[in-house]
Design a protein around this ligand. Structure first.
Ligand code: SAH
Ligand code: DHB
Ligand code: MG
Length: 221
């Protein structure tokens, strides 16, 4: 197996199960045209987020790391009627590209983009009494992951899901002396491992976005 084959298989899966979609395609095209990095989740990963969100009947979603709103659109589409999604982004330009992409997808009324550093926005959401999220998707700066996980835990209902992207980083997670992203992934694993309020695992992912992984935790008490 090599990376080219992962990409070809990803295309097969996507062709079979993830039909192309004008709003999602336009979101990626406008992200690229505006110079945003192509570090959005892959289409089949976006659909995984939608599948997981639908499986627990989400009404309130929190996303940490918006970029151009690609994963936001996948998640917002899973919202039950009356549901809302809050997404956190600190780059003004990313937030603006996302705003237009979300509007084009017809989701403006369901999605609130909060500009600012996630570590500042999270306590604000908590103090507003905005807790009881059904699902939190963490996908911003990797060194922040353990801190975002701690906030997510405060803000998620029992039975809710906390999903974290990029926890394998090409295997860098194994290196205790690795870079800040690897350290971030390791701190996250350590935090999840010792947290009695969650049942958690992680799966490695390969495909069009290379070799990485998702951690998935369900809040059990
Ligand atoms: N979830 C997106 C990809 C997010 S990429 C998708 O799959 O489509 C990570 C995003 O997090 C970038 O837009 C980056 O600007 C933002 N980010 C990085 N550090 C941040 C921080 N400290 N607070 C808020 N956003 C941050
Ligand atoms: C990268 C990938 C991501 O999915 C992300 O959220 C941030 C960065 C990367 O490959 O650098
Ligand atoms: Mg990511």
């Amino acid at each position: 197996m090599n990376e080219d084959q992962w990409t070809v298989v990803d295309r097969y899966i996507t062709d079979q199960l993830v039909p192309s979609d004008a709003a999602l395609d336009a979101a990626l095209a406008s992200s690229a045209a505006n110079g945003l990095p192509a570090i959005n989740v892959a289409p089949n990963q976006g659909k995984l987020l939608e599948v997981l969100a639908r499986s627990i009947g989400v009404k309130r979603i929190l996303e940490v790391g918006t970029l151009g709103g690609y994963s936001t659109i996948w998640l917002a589409r899973a919202l039950a009627p009356g549901g809302k999604l809050i997404t956190l982004e600190y780059e003004r330009k990313h937030a603006e590209v996302a705003r237009v992409n979300i509007e084009r997808a017809g989701l403006t009324d369901l999605v609130e983009i909060r500009l600012g550093k996630a570590i500042d926005s999270l306590p604000r959401i908590a103090s507003e009494g905005g807790g009881a999220f059904d699902l939190v998707f963490i996908d911003a700066d990797k060194p922040g992951n353990a801190d975002y996980f701690a906030w997510a835990l405060k803000l998620t209902r029992v039975g809710g899901l906390i999903i974290v992207d990029n926890v394998v980083r090409n295997g860098d997670v194994l290196d205790p002396a690795g870079d800040a992203n690897a350290q971030g992934a390791r701190r996250l694993f350590e935090a999840m491992a010792k947290e009695p309020r969650v049942s958690a695992t992680a799966v490695q992912t390969v495909g069009s976005k290379g070799y990485d992984g998702f951690a998935i935790a369900v809040v059990i008490k």
